[in-house]
Design a protein. Structure first.
Lengths: 353, 253
């Protein structure tokens, strides 16, 4: 027996019942953001150590890790070795957490179950899973992979439908900016009133003939130009607000189109994926690759959906914040027109005096 | 300065612990014990030639009876002397043959540092003198775990004397840590983490079997059964591997 094996065996025996250490290992489980959660088994230096890790995590504390199929197959090989050793030497029992004398036994080598969820694959309970026998392994892999695939596809379809529904609601809904609308209507009335006053009212005849005193004349002129500028600005602003829902809807449509494209891609890949699942045992690497692809698509879907939802719900809310300066100018224009109207009234009073 | 033999002669002559009435020199039991303890060669000589027994019979009949009883129990002279010196003076430090250690803690540290007299101490352990001394000093009451540990190491001596000796060092010094690469580890878990983290497993594995301090530490931490189980398993695996190899070579032939 090699020195390293001896050392590892000693530590297994020493720490086999140390649950704190097991918990520490759980903390060391890393999560990859590539395709959801992928457990990387704590790096180990010897085969026996790896076995102890696996057995502790899966058998004793009921923690189910998530492994790739490739990894699962590697672990399965490790189990073959463990089984061989235990059969060779039944008294070896370094894997008990409870410190009891019950001998640990690998039931049937090859009891591999792979559960695949939206987060990725889960290498599942390969030791104690009831009803999963070696000869059913491939079936389990396929069934669970199919289940995940269906779930993912259904989720994506639902998401696209939701997006479409949301789009319809946005189209129907009128984004109202009540204060700004009132300002625009009020300003329009004022502008019309001022223009009518200057052109048609007898009180402004002196201004029209050019016989008005310099002070009221200057006020009238200033008011006319001021109103023209402010009204022009308000018109642009109003148009911007008015067309905002449509612009947003257009953006949403583009997003929905992306979603649809994604769905098509998923369909396309899923055909290959399904074919490969049928040949699960023969082509584990390809399965892994396919599942990676599907998982990546799932990740994109999650990201894009999230983006879409953020867009819809946040756009209106943050619109004023993002256009604060524009809004200030709008209010200045409104105030200018109101002041101009007041100025005309004042000028008229001055003229009468 | 009188030699031990001269003192014993005076005791025998005076038939009293007052060895020089004129100079008013009075010897005590404790002093006699100390004299025996500090002059091992002389003590062995007076024990062998019977002058010690004669002197004790002259001045201290109960102590002489004890000596006779010890001799009747076929104790070796060294062991006999060890017991007798403490009968005379229970306050003596640990003293066996010509070694003496005032504090058991420092003795433990010396064992762990490899600076103690290993052969003599192992011999003392074999005669259960260490546990006797620990009990004499009432350490079995103040620190029962030390006493139990010493008893264990004395029992374990036949299995593995080296490990028992080092474990004794841990018990006596009450050192709870294992030192590796200038670091102190208080638990196996911590040590395992360190090895795993620094990827030192292989390096440690190369020297582990020869590392008595490591095994002594494991025993001290109460992992004795586990280590025993490990030793048994390793032995079984080696045997099986050997048998398997033999069977393979036979088949090949």
């Amino acid at each position: 027996m090699k020195a390293l094996d001896k050392t590892v065996l000693l530590f297994e025996l020493l720490l086999g019942t140390d649950m704190a250490r097991v918990n520490e290992k759980i903390d060391q489980i890393h999560f990859s953001d590539f395709y959801g959660r992928v457990v990387r088994v704590v790096p180990t230096l010897a085969r026996t150590q790896l076995l102890a890790d696996v057995v502790e995590r899966y058998h004793h504390i009921d923690l189910y890790g998530i492994l790739s199929i490739q990894r699962a197959l590697e672990v399965e090989q490790e189990l073959v070795e463990l089984d061989r050793r235990i059969r060779l030497l039944p008294t070896i029992n370094p894997y008990l957490a409870d410190g009891g004398e019950r001998p640990y036994e690998v039931k049937t080598v090859g009891q591999v179950g792979v559960e695949i969820s939206a987060q990725g694959m889960r290498f599942d309970d390969f030791v104690s899973h009831q009803g999963v026998l070696a000869r059913h392994r491939n079936k389990v892999v396929k069934l669970k992979a199919f289940a995940w695939y269906k779930e993912a596809k259904r989720g994506l379809t639902e998401m696209i439908d939701d997006s479409k529904l949301m789009l319809q609601k946005i189209r129907k809904a009128k984004l109202t900016f009540k204060s700004l609308g009132f300002q625009y209507v009020f300003t329009s009335i004022l502008v019309v009133g001022v223009v009518v006053f200057l052109l048609f009212f007898p009180q402004s005849e002196a201004y029209r003939l050019g016989t008005l005193n310099w002070l009221p004349r200057t006020i009238y002129t200033g008011v006319v130009y001021g109103i023209a500028v402010c009204y022009g600005f308000l018109s642009i602003a109003h148009h911007h607000y008015k067309t905002y829902p449509f612009r947003m809807a257009s953006s949403l449509r583009r997003n929905v189109a992306k979603q649809q494209k994604l769905s098509d891609t998923l369909d396309e890949i899923s055909e290959t994926f399904e074919r490969q699942l049928v040949q699960a045992t023969k082509m584990p690497r390809k399965i892994t690759t396919s599942i990676h692809k599907v998982a990546v698509i799932g990740e994109q879907r999650r990201h894009n959906t999230s983006e879409l939802i953020d867009y819809v719900y946040s756009e209106k809310e943050f619109y004023f914040e993002r256009h604060r300066a524009f809004l200030v100018l709008h209010n200045i224009a409104f105030a200018g027109i109101v002041l101009a109207s007041v100025a005309i009234v004042m000028a008229q009073i001055l003229q009468l005096l | 300065m009188w030699s031990l033999k001269e003192i014993l002669e005076k005791l025998e002559t005076q038939r009293s612990y007052v060895i020089d009435p004129n100079a008013k020199i009075i010897l005590t039991q404790e002093q006699l014990g100390e004299a025996l303890s500090s002059n091992f060669e002389d003590a062995m000589e007076v024990l062998t030639d019977g002058s010690l027994l004669r002197a004790l019979q002259a001045v201290d009949e109960p102590m002489a009876d004890k000596l006779i009883n010890y001799q009747r129990d076929f104790l070796s002279p060294e062991v006999l002397l060890f017991y007798l010196q403490y009968d005379l003076n229970p306050n003596l430090p640990f003293s066996y043959r010509d070694i003496a250690h005032r504090e058991i803690r420092t003795l433990g540290e010396a064992i762990l540092a490899g600076k103690a007299e290993k052969d003599l101490l192992v011999e003392a352990m074999r005669h259960q003198l260490m546990s006797f001394y620990v009990k004499l000093k009432k350490i079995d009451v103040s620190s029962p775990e030390i006493y139990e540990g010493v008893l264990f190491t004395e029992r374990y001596l036949d299995t593995n004397a080296d490990v028992a000796y080092v474990t004794l060092g841990y018990y006596l010094s009450e050192r709870k840590f294992y030192r590796f690469q200038n670091r102190r580890f208080l638990s196996v878990t911590d040590f395992y983490r360190y090895l795993a983290h620094r990827k030192l497993f292989k390096a440690f594995a190369r020297t582990m079997e020869q590392d008595l301090l490591f095994f002594g530490w494991l025993y001290y931490l109460g992992n004795g059964d586990t280590v025993e189980k490990w030793l048994k398993t390793v032995g079984e695996i080696d045997t099986l591997a050997y048998q398997e190899a033999n069977a393979t070579s036979t088949e090949a032939k």
